[in-house]
Design a protein. Sequence first.
Length: 243
Amino acid sequence: MISRYLLAWLGVLGVAFDLMGGLYLAYDLLGGPRGPLRTIMRAATYAVVFGAFYTAGLFAPFGPIAGVGLGILLGVEFGLRRGETVSLLFAVARGAVFGVAGWALNGARFGLLLGVITAVGLLIVYRLRFSVARDYPSENGTRFRLEVARAQAVRASVTAVAALIAGIGAGAGPGYAIQFAVRLGIVSWVAGVVVGSTTPRVERWADRLPARRLGLVGAVMIFTGLAVQSIQYWVVIFDLSVR
């Protein structure tokens, strides 16, 4: 028996593969290394990494929504000129991502509380010089960065406290609220430290995107997307039960 929600998520995943594959194939038409695909590739890479961490630690639907959303925001932010105003806008955007993920998990009240409290908390710590933009590295290579771990611990604590308050405010039991808040804090910290420590390698890779290889990758991604989307039709053909 297959869940209809799983089929829906597979359909969305297939469309995403097709979209990215088409962008790869159109790399030259989109301006090559100076075009928007460089930022898109960076955002997609961070989305995959964050999505994997958050999904593994928090499961669907919260994990994929929060992870992919945060990864995309990070990639876009690193592709823009960094300044305090831009950084504060991204703090609000990250709060919105958590709000949407919380809404999908436990309803509108929980999502609204989580989004607003997270946004306010991040605005405060960003003004205290703990913004994500300050993690942007100038050196090459991959190594553990203590300053990133420290800043990410502050940001993760904000999201954990926001989740705890939102959970209790939405009527969840204290045990569940504490458990979810702790899990969210740990996942946020681990994902942030890993990504922050490997950012130089990702940025260097995004700067050296080879057009020919991207065309091949694009074709593979399109075929993968078509295969994933076809699962819903095979379910009908083989008369599999859906719940």
